[in-house]
Design a protein around this ligand. Sequence first.
Ligand code: NAD
Length: 475
Amino acid sequence: MHNSFHNTCAGRPAETLGTAPVLDPATLEVVAHAAQSTPGQLDDAVRAARAVAGSAWARDAALRREALAQCADLLLVHEAALGELLSREQGKPLAAARGEIQTGARLLRHFSTLVDTEKVIRQSASGSIRALRAPIGAVGLIVPWNFPVTILMMKLGPALWAGNAVVVKPAPTTPLTTLRIAQLLADALPPGTLNTVTGDADIGQALVGHAGLGKISFTGSSPTGRRVMATAAESLKRLTLELGGNDAAIVLPDANPATIAPRLFANAFGNAGQLCCAIKRLYVHRRIHDEIVERMTAIAQDWRVGRGLAEDTQMGPLHTAAQRDHVRDLLRDAQARGGRIHTGGDALGEWPGHFLRPAIVSGLTDEARLVAQEQFGPALPILAFDDADEAVARANASPYGLGGSVWSGDPDRAAGVVSRLEAVNLYVNQHAVPPDPEVPFGGTKASGFGYELGEWGADDFSVRKVLHVPQGATA
Ligand code: NAD
């Protein structure tokens, strides 16, 4: 049986043996049925990827760059249709969904122009030591539902650039755009370089445990990351784990509330708060705390929540009912602990989907679940502090270490304070910037390890070899 949302294996449609419905999170209607992979089909996909190792693809960087350029072109040719499909299956506003396709094209384009330069570790009278780059071989890419295309492309670009072949597993609730993209890119890539498998945790677990893969690049939650690491240990696979976060933003007393409130809001509520590196805890100096709460509340009340496909929508639904229920639960806990919900947290009348209006909450201590846990949704706790040392200590009292920001009229002072955060992605007067192919992104502590993008990210998809050639040594 063939389904239009079939998997791709060895450059061809994989036979569809079973399907699962994919729901529109705004209407709860079925968008389409996506193929589901069997364990045997996972074996086929890994075999197809492994067959590419040792081929021209693995050896010829120019061939790969040319193919990546064609992939970028293909994404742009189909940007409108892919964007609409992504908006429907994920729920995000159409402009943001189309933005993901454009970001994907931009990332692939970057890797299509990136020429590897040989790195000399040492050159001396006694000889040379050089760093070589080789592909890992077949690698597994596991992607979550919040940014299905951006996150896929952050992995796919460097993985293919470095000469690997991949098996991609999208999240079970957002497989459609990924399957369509793999079908389209089959025109530009040699068979076997990009294979897909679909399914839930079981197929993900089988992918991670598969002996034929040399690496897993995983983005998802910290609890799943722990399972991935345990499973990968069996075959000593290389791992990149991009996990959850609970990013703090710290606003110093010299910041201008009128200027920064809209930017803080956008960085907390973008993608309905379902962003690993969104602002999830906002620490504001007591002197300007109330004004920030007031301004953020006013913005939240004007924020247009609706179906992603509606033209004026600024925020779509939560992606799943479970995610919506989790955020509601945190808000109930916040109220029970004496927190004040200034606005939001309520559903939207006109759609059956998982909507929540953006919530601004104050008056909590750091022990409240909305502060201590990753909400991954549109509910922001705003907390008062008295001095910067206290704010840094409270920001660091978290198991997570993804990102953090400090906002101030004095950027140098802010840079000094933010550098003390136990996190990898540090920002002054901004937060959650779009992925830049030249700039590494990663996490520490429970937010994972390894990097995406930049030189460090490219290294994470390569085996770095070290070649020693002594001067004049003959054998
Ligand atoms: P999730 O961990 O539930 O799922 C992520 C992916 O892993 C999905 O494709 C899922 O099917 C698969 N999976 C589930 N169980 C598996 C297993 N045992 N073995 C292998 N694969 C398995 O995460 P989610 O709910 O889809 O995404 C939200 C989470 O992702 C949040 O915690 C968020 O912070 C995090 N995230 C992190 C980053 C980052 O770069 N650090 C980016 C985006 C999202």
